[in-house]
Design a protein around this ligand. Structure first.
Ligand SMILES: *[C@@H]1O[C@H](CO)[C@@H](O)[C@H](O)[C@H]1NC(C)=O
Ligand SMILES: *[C@@H]1O[C@H](CO)[C@@H](O)[C@H](O)[C@H]1NC(C)=O
Ligand SMILES: *[C@@H]1O[C@H](CO)[C@@H](O)[C@H](O)[C@H]1NC(C)=O
Length: 209
């Protein structure tokens, strides 16, 4: 009995280490890292957003909120999944760096690392999201400057408003620097995010001599 419940606990913690499994935990970790305040948004997730980075060798890495990844594991582009019965989409996914150029001096934040709409559930894998339109901002790998502390890279999922594809506030030509996701969300009617997660990524380690 004791053995088997210990086994279950171990199995659960292995899952928890790999990806987000609890909305309450995701919200708590966002709050502890002061992410909602820096986003100027309410973060009260209704669904789990899974963000998965393919790796050149080994298994893909699925984020859990607050995971610290080496920069070379974040080349991407990531894939997105939604764990919940809620809706088929379409959804908008956004990713921003809150800490550019450094967490102490966030003068160029937010940097927009991804913005794409028209994500719908895949037929062959209903958790996976797919879009068949180009993103407004294709994925940019994190590039925190040498010497910086790790940055918070936040991924957010929104329900897509009807007129989203006619907005012109952000196009592929728009600078990715000094973006404000809260202002953008307000202007185009995205509302508050329904899901999200984030990772911490620092600069590459100095080359060894
Ligand atoms: C934004 O994040 C920074 C760094 O974590 C923190 O010092 C600051 O209090 C946050 N601001 C808000 C409004 O939450
Ligand atoms: C990242 O670099 C480390 C060594 O610094 C190496 O062990 C690892 O395999 C690299 N990962 C990728 C995805 O290239
Ligand atoms: C971003 O926009 C919100 C309004 O939605 C505003 O409250 C906030 O101050 C803005 N943040 C920055 C850094 O300008």
């Amino acid at each position: 009995m004791i053995f088997s419940s210990g086994y279950i606990l171990l199995a659960l913690s292995a899952v928890a280490a790999a990806q987000d499994v609890s909305l309450r935990t995701v919200k708590r970790v966002f709050d502890e890292a002061l992410v909602p305040g820096n986003l100027s948004m309410t973060f009260d997730p209704k669904v789990l957003l899974e963000v998965t980075f393919p790796q050149t060798t080994g298994r893909p890495i699925t984020l859990h909120a607050g995971i610290h990844l080496p920069r070379n594991a974040t080349a991407g582009p990531p894939t997105f999944s939604v764990v919940s019965p809620a809706g088929n989409g379409p959804f908008v996914v956004a990713a921003v760096d809150l800490d550019a150029p450094t967490p102490q001096t966030r003068t160029s934040a937010q940097i927009r690392h991804f913005l794409g709409g028209n994500f719908v559930r895949e037929l062959r894998d209903p958790l996976l999201l797919a879009n068949n339109t180009p993103a407004l901002t294709e994925f940019h790998q994190p590039t925190p400057p040498a010497g910086s502390d790790p940055h918070r890279y936040v991924f957010l999922l929104f329900e897509q408003p009807k007129a989203f594809n006619t907005q012109t506030l952000v196009t592929p030509a728009t600078s990715i620097v000094q973006f404000n996701i809260s202002q953008f969300a307000g202007a185009v009617g995205l509302g508050q995010p329904i899901g999200g997660t984030f990772m911490l990524v620092g600069p590459d380690p100095p080359a060894s001599v």
